[in-house]
Design a protein around this ligand. Sequence first.
Ligand SMILES: Cc1cc2nc3c(=O)[nH]c(=O)nc-3n(C[C@H](O)[C@H](O)[C@H](O)COP(=O)(O)O)c2cc1C
Ligand code: SF4
Length: 398
Amino acid sequence: MLFNETVITGIRVKNRIIRSATHDGLADENGAPCDKLIAKYERLAKCEIGCIITGYAAVSKNGVSPYPRMLKIYDDSVIEKYKELTDAVHRYHTPVVLQIAHCGRQTSTRAIGMQKVAPSNVLHTFYPDKAKELTDAEIYGIIDDFVSASVRAEKAGFDAVQLHGGHGYLLHDFLSPYGNRRKDTWGGSLENRCRIVELIIKGIKEKTNLPVWIKLSAEDNRKGGMNIDSSVKICKILEAAGCDAIEVSCGTVQDGMNTMRSELMPMDAVFRYREPCASFPKLLNKIALPAANLVNPLIKQPKPLENFNVDNAAKIKMNVSIPVIVVGGIHKTDDMEKILFEGKADFVSMCRPFICEPDLVLKLKSGQSEAKCIMCNYCGLVIEKEPTRCLYGKIKHE
Ligand SMILES: Cc1cc2nc3c(=O)[nH]c(=O)nc-3n(C[C@H](O)[C@H](O)[C@H](O)COP(=O)(O)O)c2cc1C
Ligand code: SF4
């Protein structure tokens, strides 16, 4: 079943293994994919991945990530280069889906050169500058930005778009009562909180022929935030609005390592890539890093580490009839087969395993039983300063 050719939202795929959206840090200054990124995706396609979801691409100038060299799609000038990317991937008969996003509160004034925006001004631990509460007109502007980005995605040859509705970004903030404290038509009831996403889906459907997927954090570990019961209701509303597929994830950037789980905080990487630690004087680092490593085992990390969104995906799948994709700590062929066989999801997706082994699908097909990625999360820190890469064995053991 796992390796059989099938169809998702009208798109033919070679198997049920999807590369989940991964910020690669390889866009040029305008947000267009650079040649290295095209080559990276081409390699994944050549190695028989079922489908590639790109890293998140910003739909608005004020929705850009603080991580360097993010993809952007708010300008027609980038369409040509994106077309090169889709052509390269399509040569291997592999579909490619553009993930579109607005970072909302999870960015900084410094990164975007203006005040950041959000449904409500809720303090973000990592990005503490004050967010401007969006006006009605600005919300409609952002809806238009998502629709225009999708029109560009269609012109560039993408097979679908995926809305980034999870991980604490703007759409997640609207959906979640934690991030959305509004009392107007965009907040309060579940129906109101879903309105922006519903209007985006309907707008994209009106202006393009692209399937619209969404990635959601079914649970977000925030007080009063998203939980599986409300997520099931949200998924039903979004399905009725025309959403074509749902990818089930969890957590927010604020959660630390909930979305991408790890046994321990990757302290060496924190001290190398995360501010303010990265700018500590070398002498201070010599004392602070061993001290941090000493307390590291005492820091409680979210559990389980493997297959951690499967139960939530199954609950969502029981309540919708569109395809459900599950991501998060999926590593072993046996687990993938079991998830599909038991009907807990229709497709499995992975992020870190493909950073580590871009040829993973070929290896699994030829009998390797599990991915080599050890879920150390060093790659999740390197993106704060440099292009994404697997650092296993490169800094921890040097
Ligand atoms: C380096 C890195 C970049 C990521 N970039 C994105 C992204 O652009 N969009 C997104 O939805 N999730 C992103 N994620 C989260 C992953 O898609 C995925 O949900 C998470 O890592 C759990 O899956 P895994 O256990 O297979 O890695 C990223 C994760 C990592 C480690
Ligand atoms: S650094 Fe490499 S081994 Fe560690 S989580 Fe990332 S991809 Fe996996």
